[in-house]
Design a binder for this molecule. Structure first.
Ligand code: MRU
Length: 344
């Protein structure tokens, strides 16, 4: 079964509702650009590359819904939807990258508004196909750079950097998927990833779908597993990589990287080149999203703590480049201190 979290369906966008997994597999039909804004905000669609693809389709929907023949009015409408989309998830650079791709298409395409509308859908579709192929390439390149011994590796991952978080296949989970298909995987340890449990809910679900051998642990068990020598390498995704290799990813990634460093276990970040923000020199400049405190004090309807307690809920953290063994992109694996070589 191939998992496609975002797909264009003739005149609307079909999203897998990731808030309902794993208890229910359901699609949501998105027909208006502002509904895509809400879907990204509420994490019906989530994961940096998937957010980028969803935003591109949101721009395509924006193009369809405006009734005008006036080019400037059309472009103004696109700009206003772009602004709304930009407010949704500040850390994921793919969001801004995809919106810019779509705006550039609209600005550079010559012809009547009807042609621009078609071109916007075609561009979003091409972007989705490209992202999928990029993930497959990341999987292949990542597989090639995993430790040579033993033949069957035990890997650890965090959050969900799988098909659900991309246009299909996945980045970190793409590497793990490729290792499984090449018979190089003994099993993957999945950290549950509080507060939203993307590991427990989504990565575990993806592994079960494909029969990838996987073991779920709570986040505070990772140190124990690394110390016991159970893990040969850790592979995670990225929401934004600074030009020096510092990497923002799901909150808790930093702790895992420090643990891997202390235990001398390779720690890889797998991400497309579009996740690199060349405009910033280091991770201190990455905006960190803070989400509702409800994510911490509740799971579903269940209160976990005493009402009235203060709560802090940063959604991402930044792992300094020195704790990262290599960054795996569609071009191969590169140590973070040489990342600048990939800058076009
Ligand atoms: O808050 P989320 O679920 O969107 O966060 C997802 C992550 O942190 C992923 O690891 C990252 O976006 C890479 S997904 C290929």
């Amino acid at each position: 079964m191939s998992i496609l979290p975002v797909a264009w369906a003739y005149d609307h966008v079909r999203l897998i509702d990731q808030t309902r997994l794993p208890t229910e597999f359901a699609y949501v039909e998105i027909r208006r650009a502002m509904d895509m804004v809400t879907a990204i905000q509420t994490m019906i669609v989530r994961g940096a590359p998937a957010i980028g693809v969803a935003a591109a389709f949101g721009m395509a929907l924006a193009a369809q819904e405006i009734e005008t023949e006036d080019r400037q009015e059309f472009l103004d409408h696109l700009e206003s939807v772009a602004n709304a989309l930009r407010q949704t998830r500040p850390t994921a650079i793919n969001l801004f990258w995809a919106i810019d791709q779509m705006l550039n298409t609209a600005r550079q395409t010559v012809g009547p508004v009807s042609f621009l509308k078609e071109k916007m859908v075609a561009t979003a579709q091409a972007l989705a196909v490209d992202e999928y192929q990029t993930c497959v390439a990341i999987g292949e390149k990542g597989l090639a750079c995993l430790p040579a011994e033993p033949q069957r590796l035990t890997l650890m991952t965090y959050c969900n950097a799988g098909a659900l978080a991309t246009a299909g296949y996945g980045t970190a989970l793409g590497v793990i998927r490729s290792a499984y298909r090449a018979q190089r995987l003994l099993q993957v340890y999945i950290c549950e990833t509080r507060p939203r449990l993307q590991g427990a809910r989504l990565t575990a679900w993806e592994c079960v779908q494909e029969g990838i051998p996987a073991t779920l642990i709570t986040d505070n068990m990772a140190g124990y597993c690394l110390h016991k020598g159970l893990i040969h390498a850790v592979v995670v995704g990225a929401d934004r990589i600074a030009s020096n290799g510092d990497t923002a990813n799901k909150i808790g990634t930093y702790s895992l990287a420090v643990l891997a460093h202390v235990h001398q276990i390779p720690f890889y970040v797998a991400a497309p080149l579009s996740s690199i923000d060349w405009s910033i020199s280091d991770g201190s400049q990455i905006p960190i999203e803070e989400r509702s405190i409800e994510e911490v004090y509740k799971i579903g309807d269940q209160w976990l703590t005493a009402p009235g307690i203060d709560i802090f809920n940063p959604s991402f953290d930044v792992t300094p480049a020195r704790y990262i063994t290599g960054i795996i992109t569609e071009r191969g694996m590169i140590p973070p201190d040489q990342l600048h070589q990939l800058h076009a």
